[in-house]
Design a protein around this ligand. Structure first.
Ligand code: G16
Length: 541
């Protein structure tokens, strides 16, 4: 196989010596200045994957919740899902190959996957608002065109919009029109249809304040507002006009710090939400009249959505199996509520939507949410067909109306991946339909106090986990120490895992009081620091 054009243009995107990267939780992520060769090579890989699957493949240039100086890349498979895991190894090998090894690594992928290089290919490219993203997306284009592949550059889009577009393109428009405008129309039409069913036609809901994380979500919500105007009153903060991306704002900041973002004017009782840097995560919150902050994270969102769907399923009298997928970060109270009160089976997957999505596909209706607000609902083909049938063939008016609502939820939810805008509209529709305030939603169950921190170690690969990341198997002695520490507190739980998006180890603990959760998390951080090669200053309480 001769790949002269590839090698020639690769010299313009040469790999810095000694840089090695791993395909992590959501693709490659590191400082933007180390990513030019990664982008070029992911352009190559996307073109190969497109030839192999005979479908459009997506490449999104973003580092989502990471600081503005970082960047990264996520690959999108034909149905809008994350890149299939078998190809992650190809991605890692390709990115870490020295210049002289590039041809061999590419030839191996082509051989192993029996790719016909004469087949057509097309790559859909999108990027977030980071200053480095535009140039990095040009490097992707160089990689794509070096393999004579076609491409379409969608420019500034949210990650979920690119996932949506890829799915639309590969289903000949059955999932929707493959444009950002098509996305707005599909979602706003479904939202409007749901809002009209609410007791007061949607008139009673107060304004929603949105923290746009100074990112792409802010830009896109401004565009979409036109379509939502008469139905939803939105007030946008951190719109990128002055603030820095994800700096003291955004969903990750609010969730981890358990406090409101800077740059937002919070009035007691008002419903607020935060997007993350590429708008694939959302969390809600409010301040009460005593100035106490209340967070409604991915767990509360999963509970709200699955309760709503379950109630509709009872009305339409459909026996579809529904499951909820969470991760180790799910608050113990949420899991207990889902299992014991709602009687819904709950599963724990490893962190990363790719793992949750996969598990959720096993159900007729699979609801998956990470506590950090990344999630969606998947409806099987059977479920969609049965629901659609009942919109006209339901036993009575109530059943037909419930089936119609489910049909609109199916259109409103972005089934390809977690989507802050789509999830926000689903939540807003449910609150309207049920006449729920954010306070009433919050009261469904009470979170166990918890805390999440980071520890920097010399090499985070020294930590290995099992049981969906709830226990460590390496380094020796760490799990025993965590077990011993956890025994010192009531209703307690703790775990550690290496992050797949940042060069840190994440530490999570929950307990009966906030002081105890804080004390436990600190003790576990110290254990990580001492047993897993901590660097810098010892963690302080
Ligand atoms: C990504 C993934 C999420 C994951 C998060 C943190 O989010 O898509 O599934 O929860 O990273 O992962 P880790 O703890 O391994 O760093 P995003 O929004 O940054 O793309």
């Amino acid at each position: 196989m001769h790949l002269e054009a590839v090698l020639r243009s690769s010299t313009r995107h040469a790999k810095p010596a000694g840089v090695t990267l791993q395909y992590g939780t959501a693709g490659f992520r590191t400082k933007a200045e180390h990513l030019d060769h990664v982008m070029y090579r992911m352009g190559l890989l996307a073109a190969l994957r497109s030839k192999k699957t005979k479908s459009v493949i997506g490449v999104m240039v973003t580092a989502s919740h990471n600081p503005e100086e970082d960047n990264g890349v996520k690959l999108v498979d034909p149905m809008g899902e994350m890149l299939v895991q078998e190809w992650e190894l190809y991605a890692t090998n390709l990115v870490n190959a020295e210049e002289h090894e590039l041809q061999t690594v590419l030839t191996n992928i082509i051989k192993q996957e029996s790719i016909n290089m004469q087949d057509e290919s097309c790559v859909a490219i999108g990027r977030d608002t980071r200053p480095s993203s535009e140039n990095l997306s040009l490097a992707v284009i160089d990689g794509v065109t070096a393999l004579d592949s076609k491409y379409q550059d969608y420019g500034l889009v949210t990650t979920p919009q690119l996932h949506y577009i890829v799915c639309c393109r590969n289903t000949d428009g059955r999932y929707g029109e493959p444009t950002v405008e098509g996305y707005y129309q599909k979602l706003s039409k479904a939202f409007s249809a749901l809002a009209k069913q609410s007791p007061d036609g949607g008139a009673g809901q107060k304004c929603l304040s949105i923290d746009g994380a100074n990112g792409i979500g802010a830009l896109k919500i401004k565009e979409m507002e036109e379509h939502l105007k008469s139905m939803l009153s939105l007030q946008l903060f951190n719109d990128g006009s002055i603030g820095k991306l994800n700096h003291a704002c955004g969903a990750d900041y609010v969730k981890v710090q358990q406090k409101p973002p800077e740059g937002m004017d919070l009035k007691p009782g008002e419903r607020c939400c935060s997007f993350d840097g590429d708008a694939d995560r959302i969390v809600y919150y409010y301040m009460d009249s005593d100035d106490r902050f209340h967070l409604l994270d991915g767990d509360k969102i999963a509970t709200l959505i699955s309760t709503f769907i379950k109630e509709l399923l009872v009305k339409v009298d459909l026996k579809l199996n529904m499951g909820v997928v969470q991760t180790a970060y799910a608050n113990g109270s949420s899991t207990r509520y889902l299992e014991e009160v709602m009687k819904v089976p709950v599963y724990c997957a490893k962190t990363g939507v790719k793992h949750l999505h996969h598990k959720a596909q096993e159900f007729d209706i699979g609801v998956y949410f990470e506590a950090n607000g990344h999630g969606t609902v998947l409806f099987s083909k059977t479920a969609e067909e049965q629901i659609r049938h009942l919109t006209s063939a339901g036993a009575n008016e109530e059943s037909r109306k419930a089936a119609q609502m489910l049909e609109h939820v199916i259109s409103l939810i972005n089934q390809t991946v977690g989507d802050a805008i789509s999830d926000m509209l689903v939540i807003e529709a449910i609150l309207l339909l049920k006449g729920l305030t954010v306070q009433k939603w919050d009261e469904i169950y009470s979170d166990l106090p918890n805390r999440q921190l980071k520890v920097t170690v010399a090499d985070r690969k020294v930590i290995d986990t099992t049981d969906a990341e709830r226990r460590t198997v390496k380094p020796p002695g760490l799990q025993e120490k965590i077990d011993e520490l956890v025994k010192g507190y009531n209703l307690s739980r703790a775990f550690v895992r290496p992050s797949g998006t940042e060069d840190v180890v994440r530490v999570y603990a929950e307990a009966d009081t906030q002081d105890n959760a804080d004390a436990l998390v600190h003790e576990v951080c110290l254990a990580v620091f001492h047993l897993a090669g901590g660097v810098g200053d010892q963690p302080k309480p």
